[in-house]
Write a protein that binds this ligand. Structure first.
Ligand SMILES: *Cc1c(COP(=O)(O)O)cnc(C)c1O
Length: 378
């Protein structure tokens, strides 16, 4: 049998390794010049929107909700077709999460469902760019602002993508990224929050660093002494170290080639599977320039589970993204019931992520296509 093909994998070059080693030989391991550089480099991919580097995509979401002031009594509206962290980090701040259904074709938050879910208590509308395809961000922003809420874009999948000609990271009040190894670029673990709003930016920076206030002008006891720093609101240590930021800056230079190769593989799957009646290939909406993180195939006639088992059995590391967030027992125990978002449940029932990462060869892709076709009898 050929080597096991994972569904996602990092692409690390000698140059990346060199960048990390250089930091290890220097004076800073954690918060130093590589963090500042990485944040500036990131802004080069977000239309100039400033960035705050943090330790994971989950930390980025937790920080973003903190910056938005989300707390007990507040509501956060989110789509359920996502990794649980989009919702759990809001719940950790004491907010109530309201799930609004997704659109049947893209799996992205449905603006009409989002609008219907907004109340006077909604503080954040959280939309995921599922698989790397940007959500309906202009409509969602208008809905959020119309309800006096902020739009948060969970762009864990979509760094490098754009919507209506504007880059991801320049479209929402708060955008979060993940740099986990399977994502579009990696720092091993890592993430970032980007926001054009200076107030949100300051709050995000502060929450990342224990809530510490160092500026004397803002301190309550500024005459305490030169050592003094104080906490006004609780925060955490979510600082991404220099070592990992150096890897991030090195990886960022390859975002265009990563995106291009991912798009090529995506197109190869599309071409190889378009005529198979038992599947649906992913759609791309007008105005969307996705940075494909996943290849979300839809398998009809209840055959997804069997195809998953078959492909895993022949060494193809397919994945399912995602179980509707409210199916997790932690939400079920809070009273969330199945059936709430039928489009997301149907999407989940049919979804299968085929291997997709820049170093996948055309031969690997063709092998996956052949196995899918053989299994489905076409
Ligand atoms: C990966 C992911 C996260 C969490 O990122 P981590 O870096 O793994 O903590 C959040 N949301 C979505 C949609 C993701 O895919």
């Amino acid at each position: 049998m050929a080597d096991f093909l994972p569904y996602g994998r990092q692409s690390v070059t000698e140059e990346d390794i060199e960048a990390v080693v250089e930091v290890l030989r220097g004076d800073w391991l954690t918060t130093g010049p590589a963090v500042t550089r990485f944040e500036a480099d990131l802004a080069g991919h977000t239309g100039g929107t400033p960035a705050v580097a943090v330790t994971s995509g989950t930390a980025a979401l937790h920080v973003a909700y903190a910056a938005a002031g989300v707390g007990p009594g507040d509501e956060v509206v989110a789509g359920p077709l996502t990794f649980v962290a989009t919702a759990s980090t809001a719940a950790l701040h004491g907010a109530t999460v309201t799930f609004a259904d997704v659109e049947p074709d893209t799996g992205n938050l449905d603006p009409a469902a989002a609008r219907a879910a907004m109340t006077r208590r909604t503080r954040v509308l959280a939309a995921v760019d599922y698989a790397g395809h940007p959500a309906e961000l202009d409509r969602l922003r208008a809905i959020a602002h119309g309800a006096d809420a902020l739009l948060l874009e969970d762009a864990a999948h979509s760094i490098g993508g754009s919507w209506q000609g504007r880059p991801v990271g320049s479209l929402a009040d708060l955008t979060t990224f993940s740099f986990f190894p399977t994502k579009n670029l990696t720092t091993a673990e890592g993430g970032a929050v980007v926001t054009p709003d200076e107030g949100l930016l300051a709050r995000a920076r502060r929450f990342r660093n224990h809530g510490l206030v160092r500026d004397r002008a803002e301190q309550r006891f500024p005459d305490e002494g030169g050592w003094h720093q104080e906490v006004h609101e609780f925060g955490l240590n979510y600082r991404l170290p220099d070592v990992l930021c150096a890897l991030g800056s090195s990886q960022l230079r390859r975002i265009p080639s990563f995106k291009r190769r991912r798009a090529e593989i995506h197109a190869r799957y599309d071409a190889g599977l378009a005529d198979v009646p038992a599947v649906r290939t992913p759609v791309t909406r007008d105005g969307a320039d996705p940075a494909w993180h996943l290849y979300p195939l839809r398998v009809l006639d209840g055959r997804r589970g069997k195809l998953f088992d078959h492909l895993r059995g022949v060494g193809i590391g397919v994945q399912v993204n995602y179980i509707p967030a409210y199916w997790h027992p932690v939400f079920a125990d809070l009273g969330y019931r199945r059936g709430m978002c039928p489009n997301a449940e149907r999407y989940y029932a049919e979804q299968l992520s085929l291997p997709l990462f820049p170093d996948l060869t055309d031969a690997d892709v063709d092998r996956v296509i052949d196995e899918v076709r053989t299994f489905l009898g076409t």
